[in-house]
Design a protein around this ligand. Structure first.
Ligand code: GLA
Length: 711
């Protein structure tokens, strides 16, 4: 029926004034247009991607553009979006437009090959208010035998501009998401990962693409793009001989040719992007809004402050010590205590990272009263209780491995390759999925008082072989699908359970897995200076409430400095409180109270990046509440050099020029007086945005937090 209606519509419009409307597919948000058109040859072209056009009548003037989802083997000389081999060995594909429809913000375009029964459907969901477009693809066929697909992009986008600048977010353990911008010239630049069980570590699945010049914060055309896939990903940026750029995003096809049975639908992950014509700041704010409203687990909810015991104790704790920490958590005024690694294993007690992983029973010797006792002690103190698991992994020295050596990813005829003394469980196997789900389910069934999980994943895959799968080149993909199956089951049974995602620091952070997690751990590195950079990088794509940030002893900078940095994320502590002086404890308690009082601004407000740490020895950013009546500004001096250039003043953004704002410095050490001359004074928004405030100095490791209140 839908088809018929569509055909009628097509006939009707084609008979109209210029016939353009029937062949034009407009995917738009309030600020962006993606305009696709079917040419006379029946193929689909991207005619426009950019700021929203004002006059539909102009569409007829648009150039044809480049083919939307380029195939291999026909007329194109560059990297294709899709490549497959048919039953007769023919490797070509020619996609022609069949139909499209738009329902509830999602446009689905169906294309088919005239020679082979292959169907490709392109999906675009537009979020008008948030100015975000989410794209994915489905590939299927009806040939007699399975076909092999070698490339299967989530999306392909084209740009025709004078210059392209791409920023990637690369690094390693403890140095995640370091930003590097480079100009793209003829040829390909590939950003990808092959870690299997994680998306990121060396490279994170996100990028900034600036058009016509380097990316700037408040001006210029930029795109922010990211892929929702918790495994191998690949972005290919290819500039052709005419200066056109194609951006191909998707699962990394490396080692992953896929045998697609007749009737099976291969669904790619989602590519999520936003375009801004006023710099990266707006792009970030749009993406944050989208994430909070539409993607992140409990995106509109508040977050729990916590005390974690990892850096406070590592593996050396027992029941008595944990009870002491519960007392400390109460003194601090946080909402929750989070018990980290080291609480499980009996035949192979988890007294170090070398054994016990996989045996999810409390170590009786260490914790005679078990988790029940700890939950009860926490509850008595008015605290929630959270717990660490690393359910996808196993130490060979464990009862689990002795029982199920066939559950592990490893080549049967090669030496074992350990990483942090552990191996990856084969999540492509449904029996392993049951086991992993069972870890959460058993803990929750036995201890319904558990209020939070930290889900870790401390190694990538090597020795790639699944004892379960017939087709080894499916392993990278089936692993991730297996992970989502498990998380889906957890979410269905425990929909309101907050969870933090961790992967040896920031090894996992993508918008598919974040459907299941309220936050993630950006890095094991909690050194205040390093964290400014790491949180700055992740902050382009992820809202503050998704970034776990704990005060620890790492870096040994002044406690205030480390705390102010952690307040730019979801505040927690991972430090011995009884090692603090009275003043430090009072300061920390005050910081927890400030964080709670102001989280409607820092977690739910708009982020404005005011001064980049990459531009010198300082950094500043501010959050503005949605109603615009309250802002919180953070300013940092890292290690300014005496000979450095003049200190820039910090110009605020997003305020109302006509309104007056009171500025007060908060998060002060007891007895400390503000050295900021503007403290307690009232300024106009106009002044704050044009003249700015002299917040930077030449001292090392100094920080300021300002509370700004509209009068
Ligand atoms: C990883 C995490 C840490 C901690 C340890 C426990 O390194 O990133 O936060 O949980 O594992 O072994």
């Amino acid at each position: 029926m839908k088809r018929l209606t569509f055909l009628l519509a097509l006939l009707f419009v084609a008979g109209g004034a210029n016939g353009v409307a029937a062949q034009t597919i407009r995917i738009s948000t309030d600020a962006t247009d993606l305009i696709l058109r079917v040419a006379d040859n029946g193929r689909l072209y991207q005619s426009y991607l950019g700021a929203r056009l004002q006059h539909e009548a102009d569409f007829q003037h648009l150039p044809q553009g480049r083919e939307v989802y380029l195939t291999h083997g026909m007329e194109d000389y560059f990297e294709p979006a899709v490549r497959m081999t048919h039953n007769d060995g023919n490797p070509s594909l020619m996609l022609k437009y069949v139909s499209h429809e738009t329902t509830g913000g999602t446009t689905v375009i169906t294309m088919r090959d005239g020679q082979y029964p292959v169907e490709v459907r392109l999906f675009y969901t537009a979020y008008p208010r948030e100015n975000v477009i989410v794209a994915h693809t489905e590939i299927s066929h009806r040939q007699e035998k399975p076909v092999t697909i070698y490339n299967y992009a989530s999306s392909m986008l084209h740009f025709d501009r004078a210059e392209y600048y791409m920023t990637d977010f690369t690094g390693e353990w403890a140095a995640e998401v370091q930003m590097t911008e480079q100009q793209l010239h003829f040829g390909k630049r590939v950003v990808d990962s092959k870690l299997g069980s994680r998306a990121n570590m060396q490279a994170s699945p996100m990028f900034i693409l600036a058009l016509d010049g380097p990316a700037r914060e408040t001006v210029g055309d930029v795109m922010l793009g990211t892929i929702g896939w918790t495994g191998n990903f690949r972005f290919t940026f290819e500039v052709d001989h005419l200066g056109g750029l194609r951006v191909i995003s998707g699962i990394n096809p490396y080692g992953s040719e896929y045998t697609l049975a007749a009737g099976e639908v291969f669904r790619t992950p989602e590519f999520i992007f936003t375009l801004s014509d006023s710099g990266t700041g707006k792009a970030t704010r749009d993406l944050h809004d989208w994430a909070r409203r539409h993607r992140l687990k409990d995106g509109m909810g508040t977050r729990l402050t916590l005390l974690n015991n990892w850096e406070a104790t590592y593996f050396s704790f027992d029941e008595a010590k944990l009870v002491e920490l519960l007392d400390e958590a109460r003194k601090l005024g946080v909402d929750m205590f989070l018990l980290d690694d080291g609480w499980f294993g009996n035949e192979f007690p988890r007294s170090s990272d070398r054994q016990g992983l996989g045996d999810w029973e409390e170590t009786v010797e260490k914790l005679p009263g078990g988790i029940s006792k700890l939950v009860a002690e926490a509850t008595e103190r008015g605290l929630k209780f959270g717990i660490w698991i690393e359910p996808e992994m196993v130490n060979p020295r464990s009862e689990l491995f002795e029982r199920h050596p066939e559950w592990v990813i490893a080549l049967p005829n090669r030496d074992r390759h350990l990483f942090r003394s552990q191996m990856v469980l084969d999540l492509s196997n449904p029996a392993v999925q049951d086991f992993v789900f069972g870890i959460v389910d058993t803990l929750m069934t036995r201890h319904p008082g558990i209020a939070y999980f930290k889900w870790d994943c401390n190694r990538p895959m090597t020795n790639i072989f699944s004892p379960y799968l017939e087709n080894q080149s499916h392993l990278y993909i089936e692993y991730v699908r297996g992970l989502y199956n498990v998380l889906e089951r957890v979410a269905a049974k425990y929909p309101d359970l907050p969870m933090m995602l961790c992967a040896g620091g920031g090894g996992r952070s993508d918008y598919e897995v974040l459907r299941y997690f309220t936050e993630f751990w950006p890095s094991d590195n909690t050194d205040g200076v390093e964290r400014i950079f790491i949180q700055w990088g992740f902050g382009y794509f992820f809202p503050t409430k998704a970034l776990g940030a704990h005060v620890t002893s790492w870096g040994r900078q002044p406690l205030k400095f480390r705390t102010d940095v952690a307040m730019m994320g979801k505040l927690g502590f991972d430090i011995r409180i009884d090692g603090m002086s009275e003043d430090e404890l009072e300061f920390s308690r005050g910081a927890v109270q400030n964080f709670k009082r102001l989280q409607h601004v820092t977690l739910d407000g708009d982020l404005y990046r005011l001064f980049s740490p990459y531009d010198g020895d300082h950094a500043a950013l501010m959050y503005l509440s949605k109603p615009g009546d309250k802002a919180v500004l953070f300013a940092f001096d890292m290690h300014p050099r005496a000979g450095a250039r003049a200190l820039p003043s910090v110009r605020l953004q997003g305020l109302d020029p006509a309104r007056m704002y009171l500025i007060e410095e908060i998060n002060m050490m007891p007895g400390q007086r503000s050295t900021f001359a503007g403290n307690g004074k009232v300024f106009s928004g106009d002044y704050l945005m044009r003249v700015g405030l002299p917040l930077f100095g030449r001292a090392h490791l100094r920080s300021r937090v300002l509370e700004i209140t509209a009068q």
